[in-house]
Design a binder for this molecule. Structure first.
Ligand SMILES: Nc1ncnc2c1ncn2[C@@H]1O[C@H](COP(=O)(O)OP(=O)(O)O[C@H]2O[C@H](CO)[C@@H](O)[C@H](O)[C@H]2O)[C@@H](O)[C@H]1O
Ligand SMILES: O=P(O)(O)OC[C@H](O)CO
Length: 723
């Protein structure tokens, strides 16, 4: 197993100061449990924050550091200002509510971005310092979204994974973030980006398309010449250890005591960090509604709500605590008697035995977050029920809901519906409880935390390393090879290569700078320049007719080899299918606002460059599918391009131009081709051995060199001219 270098905001252990004694104890939560085994097995370090150490004496600090070193944990101490601005500020006042769809909780001005960026730099620096060649780096969660990108700069060849433990919201929400581009690019430093649920993957891909124009091909994104993979890896728990503990005699004794103390009261249970995403107030209201609606249940229902203090310095959490306190008081005031208290509220952390005793003893588990990345409590409850009893009421807005379909799924905003579900759970016959719990447990056991670690790391480590698939060399290196005496032929694509994309094809007319550049190229006696475009010949003639260069329109269907020559069509091309295909494209243009059809002599194109990026891409896929279904027998090609779907005659492609041009040249002529989209791949394929090919963009290409878009292409051409 490759050495694993883990990086998370919190270490799996936290420094605990009690009176004069100091120790390190396990941090709560599934991450510590889940990763402890691979952490120990791989022998690599875990980098993170060990909690507040500001009050420690030097001697205590030395002791803590020795303990951490023994556990192979490398502490990154956060200063008071970093705790307040990086952890509480940007991470928990901006990113946390944003990812949980709570925009109104975000401060009007984010003043903490800088602190977030700097803290991420510190994590990246420390990780880079501890990195050894061959390590796999695994970065965790929203506090460290910039770290993968920062690590990629420091360690270009490292294998880097990132896992996002909270929801990734819809692009409508994520787009509101002023720093959205930086954060997305930060994540794209990873080789593999993992989420709990498929919907989060979809949201992330949508965001990449919308913000960065990057299309996700199933699970693959091309970014800066690298392949980044994305996937859903639903996190599990250490099911065996929960199950074993649930059968421990001490736990069973505790369950007995719990039931005895409750007399004949039915037990409802809630276990959460005290966080406004967990839906505790509405859950309390639902319990109150049950008591209101069913007098028979009064005095016969006990709701145990345990809430671990969390992020207590953030005002929203303090306010939330007050809301919960007030509601508990109100319900107990209204429905409590001298003999019974309906809500037992514990504001503290429990140890594992206490936790499992509650899980094992509960009749109904209420997991009702208004939004939750996964929610491990739901899974822990099921693992702790080897008796196959107990009912899980689960919010449909928890990531866990996509896996745990045998729970009673509820909408946490619907208090009445939640009350209905509680009643249904209380009345559910034993056989149904058993059947549901059996299915839930099977899922929890099959996809436990070890499965999660193995599937994420298996995927990450199975990818080819950056060294095995090095990024293409820079286009400037190709230009260097082309310099010097001897004749050269340049094949240049137009749209996306010499000019950027404009809302309509007409708006992408050549600018003065480009015209001068082309003129200068044509003026060089050792250069022969050919523009090879998908555009109609009329457009090319109007724009470039006066220049002494070769023009090739409609992907090589029409050619004008020299200025003053007439346009010639490729012989033997059939396009009588056009009249049947056009109505299909017209129908799409009608139904997708902003899209339009362009008709050329031999081809048709449906353009969607002005359409919302996500919707456009979706519709383009549908159109291609439809065309494939209906016209597969026709002598035509369906080609996805950059925000365009083109249909053109079979046998016509940009590559056809190359031999026609080169037959008029000496055999030792040097050749260069530049292009940006899929149609230029035919051009590259036709370039004879020894020729140079440059892809202007980020896509998969057979070109040997790469450069960025039109600005860089122009820079290269100027360099060829010595400008
Ligand atoms: N009173 C108490 N005493 C002791 N332990 C307690 C406790 N209350 C809760 N816990 C423990 O804390 C953990 C909480 O994990 P959750 O998945 O429920 O949410 P959390 O928001 O912390 O995690 C984030 O990360 C996880 C893992 O990716 C995602 O499931 C989740 O959506 C995301 O918000 C559980 O292991 C639970 O046992
Ligand atoms: O206590 P925090 O702020 O480190 O949050 C822990 C949660 O599990 C967040 O994912």
């Amino acid at each position: 197993m490759a050495r694993l270098l883990l990086v998370s905001n919190r270490l799996p252990v936290t420094v605990k100061v009690e009176k004069d004694s100091v120790s390190v104890g396990r941090s709560p939560g599934g991450l510590a449990t889940g990763l402890s085994r691979p952490h120990e097995r791989s022998g690599g370090p875990w980098i993170g924050w060990p909690g507040d150490v500001s009050r420690l004496t030097d001697a205590q600090r030395t002791k803590v550091e020795a303990q951490l070193a023994e556990l192979n944990c490398v502490p990154l101490y956060l200063s008071a200002s970093e705790v307040s601005r990086f952890y509480e500020g940007y991470s928990n006042r901006v990113l946390w509510p944003l990812c949980h769809y709570m925009l109104d909780r975000i401060p009007r001005q984010d003043r903490d971005w800088d602190a977030y960026r700097k803290a991420n730099e510190r994590f990246a620096d420390l990780a880079a310092k501890h990195y050894q060649p061959g390590d796999t780096i695994w970065v965790h969660d929203y506090q460290l979204m910039l770290v993968p990108g920062m690590l990629r700069e420091r360690l270009p060849h490292a294998r880097i994974g990132y896992f996002h433990h909270i929801p990734f919201p819809s692009s409508e929400i994520f787009s509101t973030l002023p720093r959205r581009t930086e954060l997305l690019k930060g994540l794209l430093g990873a080789d593999l980006i993992g989420f709990h649920a498929v919907s989060y993957v979809r949201h992330f891909s949508g965001m990449l398309l919308r913000q960065l124009g990057l299309d996700t091909d199933i699970d693959r994104i091309l970014f800066q010449g690298r392949e980044v993979r994305v996937g859903a890896f639903p996190m599990g728990i250490d099911a065996t250890s929960f199950e074993t503990l649930a059968q421990d005699p001490a736990v069973l004794d505790e369950v007995k005591v719990l039931h005895e103390r409750a007399h004949d009261e039915r037990l409802l249970l809630g276990i959460d960090r005290l966080d406004y995403t967990k839906g505790i107030p509405r859950r309390l209201l639902a319990v109150q509604r049950v008591l209101e609606r069913s007098p028979a249940l009064r005095g016969r229902l006990r709701f145990i709500q345990v809430a671990v203090p969390s992020r207590t310095q953030v005002q929203a959490y303090a306010e939330y605590r007050e809301t919960v306190d007030e509601l508990v008081g109100r319900i107990n005031g209204q429905y409590g008697t001298v003999h019974s208290t309906p809500v037992h509220y514990l504001y503290r952390s429990l140890n594992e035995k206490q936790l499992v005793s509650l899980y094992r003893g509960a009749d109904v588990m209420l997991v009702t977050p208004v939004r939750d990345g996964m929610n491990l409590v739901a899974k822990e409850f099921c693992a702790a029920r080897p008796d196959e009893d107990g009912v899980l009421v689960l919010s449909e807005f928890a990531g866990a809901a996509s896996e745990m379909r045998d729970a009673l799924l509820i909408n946490p905003y619907d208090v009445e519906g939640m009350a209905d579900a509680i009643e249904e759970a209380l009345e559910m016959p034993r056989a149904e409880r058993q059947q549901r719990m059996r299915c839930l447990r099977a899922g929890v056991k099959a996809r436990d935390v070890h499965w999660w670690v193995d599937s994420f790391l298996g995927r990450l480590q199975g990818l080819k390393s950056v060294e095995e698939r090095p990024p293409l060399p820079d286009g400037m290196q190709a230009l260097e090879k082309l310099k010097g005496p001897g004749r050269k032929v340049l094949f240049l694509d137009y749209d996306g290569t010499l000019v950027g994309f404009a809302p309509t094809p007409g708006q992408a007319a050549p600018d003065a700078e480009l015209m001068k550049l082309l003129k200068d190229l044509c003026a060089r006696p050792d250069l022969s320049v050919h523009l090879v475009s998908g555009r109609p010949k009329e457009t090319l003639e109007a724009w470039f007719g006066e220049l002494p260069l070769g023009l090739h329109a409609e992907h090589g269907l029409w050619s004008r080899m020299r200025r003053g020559q007439s346009w010639q069509a490729l012989p033997g091309v059939s396009f009588e299918w056009k009249s049947r295909v056009k109505p299909v494209l017209d129908a799409f243009a009608g139904r997708v606002t902003g899209s339009f059809v362009e008709e050329k002599t031999a081809s048709l194109a449906w353009h969607y460059r002005k359409v919302d990026a996500e919707f456009g891409a979706l519709q383009a896929r549908e159109l291609r599918l439809l065309l494939f279904e209906q016209f597969s027998q026709e002598p035509m090609h369906i080609l996805p391009g950059d925000r365009v779907v083109e249909v053109r005659p079979r046998g016509v492609n940009k590559g056809r131009v190359v031999p026609e041009v080169l037959k008029h040249e000496a055999p030792d002529v040097r050749v260069l081709a530049m292009g940006d989209d899929v149609t230029d791949e035919d051009l590259f394929a036709a370039i004879p051995k020894g020729g140079l090919t440059i892809h202007a963009g980020n896509k998969h290409t057979r070109a040997a060199y790469r450069t960025e878009g039109p600005q860089e292409v122009r820079r290269l051409l100027k360099a060829l001219l010595g400008q």
